[in-house]
Design a protein around this ligand. Structure first.
Ligand code: HEC
Length: 96
């Protein structure tokens, strides 16, 4: 996992974030509403990760190539559009 300090701001995601809001709410229970985990010992921070990495991670849970903990069930119903919105949103958030 990348350190928080490696955060690179991603471009113009405000509109995307609004559209993805209801999906973000699902993730927020564990990863925090801004990607800063509610409990970093149990759930990884999603801030500070690149959009490309988050997209790959989510797709890997979905297709089963990465499987651990509750993530498969969380991403099972996401469309490609949902995944790119969520990845863009969390990649754009700041570390606390
Ligand atoms: C019930 C708690 C829970 C919820 C809700 C949840 N996750 Fe996760 N998530 C986890 C855990 C635990 C891991 C670590 C699993 C592992 O070791 O691969 C994880 C890992 C991840 C990773 C990989 C992070 C990394 O550093 O490799 C991503 C990306 C991710 N989750 C995205 C999401 C998204 C997007 C949502 C909402 C659709 C979501 N998660 C909802 C618990 C949760």
């Amino acid at each position: 996992m990348l350190a928080c300090s490696t955060l690179l701001a991603s471009v113009a995601v405000a509109g995307i974030a609004a559209a993805a809001n209801s999906k973000i709410a699902v993730c927020a229970g564990c990863h925090g509403k801004d990607g800063n985990s509610v409990n970093p010992t149990l759930y990884p921070n999603l801030t500070g990760q690149s959009e490309a990495y988050l997209t790959l991670a989510i797709k890997s849970y979905k297709d089963g190539s990465r499987s651990n903990g509750p993530m498969k069930i969380m991403v099972d119903t996401l469309t490609d559009q949902d995944i790119s919105e969520l990845a863009a949103f969390f990649a754009s958030q700041r570390c606390r």
